[in-house]
Design a protein around this ligand. Structure first.
Ligand code: PHE
Length: 458
């Protein structure tokens, strides 16, 4: 893997980086609140189905295309399919840019909470729900912390694949796991915690409807970092002898575990404090603070500070993968230097993120941006709806069509067989091929139409 483009030093390096990309705010901030808004256990079940039936085959496809072409998403589709297909890659890169624009804002919130917990008097508050609303409406803090976050992301991406991305992921992922487990154990000892467990684990099937199903699909793609080329990009740095199926499975399991644990952490806390699970984007910020407050101050600072710091790190390994996508495009296709690509993109993405930041009360226009689905949506809601709920599964749909009709499953099998010689002829191969050629195009195509209808014409 000693090419000019750089590469991961080992299989573990790739898995750590790809899992780092997958595990992030999507798992710890978003998954619990989306699950809470969509009925709990029933949502969890649909989510798990999407992850393993559709997510895993698409992930294998993305990594294989990346490794085969050694390119960014645009270059990859262009090499294998010509100019028209390259537009699919370009669209993915644009989604990455838009996702990072709001992701960086939420990362800034997490960073701000970390600072406030360790240095401030946040625990003197009594109502953390209104505290959160005021906090996100205050753009001065948010501006500062999200600038810091973007600068750190840019610095790591500038450092390049091996030193920056891989090293950061390897240490931080396991630590995050441990702190989650610790808070879960503590949470389960609290009064009424069991109601949270029930809400989270005992499905009420009458709660499953069209909206649950497509929210779960978008959430699955987002959480696994699929549908916009992040894993094509990371796949382009993986060694020829690595086993793609193994790596993809490990990444998928890790990501699902962290999301699952985040839910298991949050819902008992929410119920033990008598809060509502459908609190929305503030859920993690509100529920956790209430619990930390019950601890002796110094412990609260250590556990609370530790939690938000790790949340920042989890977010960071995702923001670097998001920024790496447009950066690798500019380096490969426009022959920009890494430093130029990183600085220009970081500034542009930060600016695109400003309306998202200002849409929580600071500026009315962005707070009540558009009206649909029976309510006013914030600017951030709209970006999320367009660039991940709709676009990521659409990206997966186009990818599966691309593999089935253009690249052909034969080529996919050949690529996957490198590093996994028993793959060709195996049952697993037949399964993945069947999913990619028939199930993904059919199901994702149907879901795309339904999502658009539900969202904008219902
Ligand atoms: N998967 C990341 C998360 O769960 C977000 C992400 C989406 C990262 C798409 C890269 C690409 O937080």
């Amino acid at each position: 893997m000693e090419s000019k483009r750089g590469g991961f030093s080992s299989k573990l390096g790739f898995v750590a980086a790809a899992a780092g990309s997958a595990v992030g705010l999507g798992n710890i901030w978003q998954f619990p609140y989306v699950t809470g808004e969509n009925g709990g256990a029933a949502f969890l079940l649909v989510y798990a189905l999407w992850i393993f039936l559709i997510g895993l085959p698409i992930m294998v496809g993305e990594i294989a295309i990346g490794r085969n072409t050694q390119s960014n998403p645009f270059g990859a589709f262009k090499k294998l399919g010509g100019k028209a297909w390259a537009l699919v890659g370009l669209f993915g890169i644009i989604c990455g840019v838009m996702i990072l624009s709001f992701y960086n804002v939420v990362s800034g919130w997490a960073f701000g909470y970390f600072i406030q917990i360790v240095s401030g008097d946040i625990f003197e508050e009594s109502n953390f729900s209104s505290y959160f609303s005021n906090y996100v409406a205050n753009y001065e803090d948010n501006l500062m912390y999200s600038i810091v976050f973007m600068v750190i992301t840019a610095f790591i991406v500038y450092k390049g694949i091996k030193k920056g991305i891989e090293g950061t992921s390897k240490i931080l992922m396991p630590t995050l796991f441990l702190i989650l487990i610790a808070i879960i154990i503590y949470g389960l000892t609290l009064p009424n915690a069991i109601d949270g467990v029930k809400f989270y684990l005992l499905p009420d099937f009458s709660l499953i409807n069209g909206a649950t199903i497509y929210s779960a699909l978008g959430q699955a793609f987002f959480s696994l970092s699929l549908g916009m080329g992040a894993l094509i990009t990371y796949g382009s740095y993986i060694g020829k002898n690595d086993n793609i199926v193994n790596s993809a499975t490990l990444v998928t399991i890790t990501d699902s575990m962290v999301a699952f644990l985040a839910g298991l952490m949050i819902f008992p806390l929410v119920f033990s404090q008598g809060q509502s699970p459908s609190e929305g984007p503030g859920l993690v910020f509100v529920a956790l603070l209430g619990v930390f407050k019950t601890m002796p101050l110094i412990i609260a600072k250590i556990v609370g500070g530790g939690f938000f710091l790790l949340l920042c790190f989890a977010a960071l390994t995702s923001t670097i993968s998001l920024l790496e996508v447009p950066v690798s495009f500019l380096i490969d296709e426009k022959k920009w230097s890494r430093i130029k690509a990183v600085s220009v993109m970081a500034v542009i993405i930060f600016i695109i993120g400003l309306p998202s930041m200002l849409g929580f009360g600071a500026v009315d226009l962005f707070t009540e941006f558009v009206y649909y689905e029976g309510e006013y949506k914030t600017f951030m809601d709209v970006v999320q709806d367009i660039f991940f709920v709709i676009s990521l599964p659409l990206g997966g749909l186009l990818l599966s069509i691309f593999i089935a009709w253009q690249w052909k499953v034969k080529s996919l099998s050949n690529e996957v067989s490198n590093g996994y010689s028993k793959y060709s002829g195996s049952l697993l191969e037949k399964y993945f091929n069947f999913m990619i050629v028939y199930i993904c195009p059919l199901v994702l195509g149907m879901m795309f139409v339904l999502t658009i209808l539900q969202k904008f014409f219902a």
